[in-house]
Design a protein around this ligand. Structure first.
Ligand SMILES: [Zn+2]
Length: 142
């Protein structure tokens, strides 16, 4: 079994779905059997399996911009470029780096981005560390 994080391009809902294999996913996708759980749209795409997150002093501002601009895939890709340019990539160490930024009060000029698990994200939130998830599309998908 393989879990894919899917995003609906119409209502922007992100949800997880299980498939027996990646081939099975491709097969169902071709037959238009992969649809949004919320609005039934077929404009559903795979995202990375872990939520992509970022944090910076300007998170609320940036987040509202992302929400405004993630209507289309092209804009998401543009925004990924923005994040890549302006944020330091910390990969799967996101939770660790976020805590380090938060507790040491590091004066980071840049924010950070990476991936983390839903559990870590929940813990960060409970510790008062603001991190935001965003849709993320692999560069090599078309
Ligand atoms: Zn939808």
């Amino acid at each position: 079994m393989i879990k894919y994080r899917l995003i609906c391009k119409d209502c922007e809902t992100i949800f997880d779905s299980w498939f027996s294999s990646s081939k099975e996913y491709e097969r169902l996708k071709k037959k238009n059997f992969v649809n949004c759980h919320i609005c039934n749209s077929l404009s559903v795409e795979k995202t990375l399996m872990s939520p992509n997150v970022f944090m910076s002093k300007n998170v609320p501002k940036i987040n509202s911009q992302i929400k405004k601009y993630t209507k289309t895939k092209k804009v998401i890709l543009d925004y990924q470029q923005f994040i890549k340019k302006n944020f330091d990539y910390v990969g799967e160490n996101f939770a660790y780096e976020a805590r380090s930024l938060h507790y040491k009060n590091k004066k980071a000029s840049k924010g950070i981005y990476g991936t983390t698990t839903k559990e870590d994200l929940k813990e960060l939130k409970e510790e008062g560390i603001e991190a935001e998830t965003m849709p993320w599309i692999k560069d090599n998908t078309n």
